[in-house]
Design a protein around this ligand. Structure first.
Ligand code: BTN
Length: 264
């Protein structure tokens, strides 16, 4: 069901078009009524300044991790941030986790399912899709795609038992412009810590929010499915799992992890 009253997003439109008081993140924000994917929009415009933001009321081909689809109606926030950090691609992969921390800290009681799911009351309330690429001059850039179920009123039957929204938890609509402003401020804070001090100083906070740790999980990889116990997260962002075949470090690009008894 699409909840597309564009007048409701008038505040967001004004916020995006205003001469921004924002810091480095979101100094320039592009706002669309409809695009295929804000991540694709950011990639098409990779020549723009680092920190440029792309927001859409609705995506027709929203993308999630591991080639999955992200369903986003107008109640949700679909936003991508173009970043040009001067770091190696291995380190840039950690931005998924950094962004997860930044986003979770602007949603009351929000936790993280490794690596990139935002979780509230054991249900998914949002997700992060970090894509890396190179511009025409061969310089690496990163697109951080953030999808958050803000004012979504209901979900399709097949995901209703594992998805939730801020509205379904609080009974209140969130003003998207206020939310985006807080989110960008938080993202800027965590991004700067990451660039200046590395992920090591954020690791304990990430672990404290991670619902995957110390749980029995099912690890899905290209090679099959394996039951395991999640024991740790490394400074590289890898999840350490103990399974019958031994201890393994898994990277976010190669596996999805579910709880043995359901989503968490
Ligand atoms: C996931 O849960 O695996 C990640 C979901 C990421 C969705 C966001 S919505 C904004 C941006 N544009 C996309 O196409 N995807 C991300």
């Amino acid at each position: 069901m699409l909840d597309c009253d564009h007048n409701k997003d008038q505040n967001l439109r004004i916020f995006c078009n205003s001469v921004s008081e924002n810091g480095y993140m979101g100094k320039k924000i592009y706002h669309f009524s409809e695009v295929e994917s804000t991540n694709n929009e950011a990639k098409k415009n990779s020549h723009l300044q680092s920190g440029t933001v792309f927001i859409a009321d609705r995506q027709t081909k929203g993308k999630a991790r591991l080639g999955r689809q992200w369903i986003s109606d107008c109640g949700g926030l679909s936003m991508s941030v173009l970043l040009k950090p001067d770091i190696t691609p291995e380190k840039a992969g950690l931005l998924t986790l950094v962004c997860g921390l930044a986003a979770s800290s602007v949603i009351d009681r929000c936790m993280i399912k490794w690596p990139n799911d935002l979780v509230l009351e054991n249900k998914k309330i949002g997700g992060i899709l970090c894509e890396m690429s190179k511009d025409d001059e061969g310089k690496m850039y990163v697109v951080l795609g953030i999808g958050i179920n803000l004012n979504t009123k209901s979900f399709p039957a097949d995901i209703a038992n594992k998805a939730t929204s801020v509205f379904l938890n609080t009974g209140m609509n969130t003003d998207k412009s206020v939310f985006v402003s807080k989110l960008l401020e938080s993202l800027e804070k965590y991004y700067q810590i990451f660039l200046n001090k590395g992920f090591d100083v954020l690791l304990d906070e990430y672990k404290g929010k991670c619902v995957t740790l110390n749980k029995e999980v099912v690890v899905h990889t290209e090679n099959g499915i394996e039951e395991a116990f999640a024991t740790d997260i490394l400074p590289t962002g890898e999840l350490v799992v103990k399974c019958l075949s031994g201890v393994k470090n898994i990277t976010s690009g190669e596996a999805s992890v579910r709880g043995v008894f359901g989503y968490i």
